[in-house]
Design a protein around this ligand. Structure first.
Ligand SMILES: [Ca+2]
Length: 333
C-alpha cells in the first residue's frame, strides 16, 4: 500500500511539472486580437483629446484582425496614453523569466518608436516591477520583444504599448499592433481537477467542480469584504482556457464592483435552497454594487453560449423598495 501511495505522489508531482510548461500566456487572453479589443484598453489621460483604438480587418499581421491606434499630436495636456491589458490578470510564476513580444508597424509620421512595457503585480495587485524599451518602427510589421524575470512575489503581469519619438516624447501617428505574446512558464495552479464540493445546504445532487473560488490562487472573499470580480473573472478565464470547467462558489456573500464575462463551457455553481417566506437569503449570494442608476450600462453577467449559472442568489444591496434605482441587466445571454 505504501508503494502505491508513493507512486501516486510521484505521478502528481510529475503531472504538475508537465502542466507548468512554457507557452504563450496570452493565448486565452486575446493576445492575437481576434476577439477585437476584448481584454485590452486604450487610455488617454487626464482627458481624451481625440486619440482612439480600433480593430482593423484589412491590415493584420496574423489571423484576420489587428489593432490600429491613432494618436493625435499631444497638445501638452496629456499625462499618459497607451494601450494595455492592465486589468486582465495574466498569471505568472515568481522567479521565472518571461518574454513579451508583439508585431508592430506605424504610419503618419517620422521617427515613430514603440515604447513597450512588461510589468508585474503581486497577489494584491500592487505593481512591484516593470521594464520598458523603445523600438524604432517602420511601415512594415516587425516583431519586437523584451525579457524580464518576474520578482519572487509576482503573481500577475501586464503588457503596454505607447508611441514616442526617439527622445521619449509622446508623438502623433498611427500604430498597428498584432500577435502580442508573453511567453514563459505557465502557473501550475491552472491544473483543473474535478472534485466533489461540500455544500452547507441540502443538495439534490453531488456538486462536482474543478475550482473553489475561495481557494488559492483565486481567493475570493466569501464575507463580502472585498470585490470578488477579479478573482472570479480570472477563474473563468482559467477554466475557459483549459477547455471548460465548473467553478464552485461556496455559501457566502460576494461583493462585485464590476461585471463578469462568463465564457463558453464554464459553469458557475453555488450552494442554494428555495427561500422560505420571511427568511433572508441563504447559501451563495452575489452582490452587484456597480451600475446603480445606469440602466443601459454593462450587464452584471454576460453569458457566452454554452455557459451556465446554477444555485445562487443575485441580490442588489443598494436597491431600495422605497426608492427604486435602475440598474443594467443582471444577466445577458
Ligand atoms: Ca490577429
Amino acid at each position: 500500500m505504501k508503494t502505491i501511495s508513493t507512486l501516486i505522489i510521484i505521478l502528481l508531482i510529475g503531472l504538475s511539472d508537465l502542466l507548468a510548461q512554457n507557452g504563450n500566456l496570452l493565448d486565452p487572453f486575446n493576445g492575437d486580437f481576434e476577439d477585437g479589443l476584448d481584454r485590452w484598453r486604450f487610455f488617454e489621460v487626464p482627458a481624451n483629446i481625440g486619440s482612439r483604438a480600433e480593430v482593423v480587418t484589412s491590415d493584420a499581421a496574423q489571423g484576420g484582425k489587428a489593432v490600429k491606434i491613432v494618436f493625435v499630436p499631444d497638445d501638452g495636456s496629456v499625462a499618459d496614453r497607451g494601450f494595455d491589458n492592465f486589468d486582465t490578470n495574466v498569471p505568472v510564476i515568481g522567479g521565472e523569466n518571461y518574454t513579451a513580444s508583439v508585431q508592430a508597424k506605424a504610419s503618419g509620421g517620422a521617427n515613430l518608436h514603440l515604447w513597450m512595457t512588461l510589468g508585474y503585480f503581486d497577489h494584491d495587485r500592487n505593481v512591484i516591477d516593470e521594464i520598458s524599451t523603445g523600438f524604432p518602427l517602420s511601415g512594415s510589421y516587425q516583431t519586437f520583444s523584451l525579457q524580464r524575470e518576474a520578482p519572487a512575489a509576482a503573481a500577475i503581469c501586464w503588457i503596454a504599448f505607447r508611441l514616442f519619438d526617439g527622445n521619449n516624447n509622446r508623438i502623433g501617428g498611427t500604430l498597428f499592433l498584432d500577435d502580442a505574446r508573453i511567453t514563459g512558464k505557465r502557473p501550475a495552479q491552472i491544473v483543473l481537477v474535478p472534485r466533489v464540493m461540500a455544500t452547507r445546504l441540502p443538495s439534490d445532487d453531488v456538486p462536482i467542480a474543478s475550482i473553489d473560488i475561495t481557494e488559492a490562487p483565486f481567493g475570493a472573499k466569501s464575507d463580502g469584504s472585498a470585490d470578488a470580480a477579479t478573482a472570479l473573472q480570472t477563474a473563468i478565464d482559467f477554466a475557459a482556457a483549459s477547455g471548460g470547467a465548473v467553478i464552485f462558489i461556496p455559501a457566502g456573500r460576494y461583493r462585485f464592483d464590476g461585471g463578469l464575462l462568463l465564457r463558453e463551457k464554464v459553469i458557475l455553481r453555488g450552494d442554494w435552497q428555495n427561500p422560505a417566506a420571511g427568511s433572508s437569503e441563504k447559501g451563495t449570494v452575489l452582490m452587484p454594487y456597480g451600475g446603480q442608476g445606469d440602466a443601459s450600462g454593462q450587464p452584471f453577467i454576460r453569458m457566452e453560449r454554452g455557459s451556465g449559472i446554477k444555485n445562487m442568489t443575485i441580490w442588489y444591496p443598494n436597491q431600495r423598495a422605497s426608492s427604486v434605482s435602475p440598474y443594467p441587466w443582471t444577466i445577458q445571454c
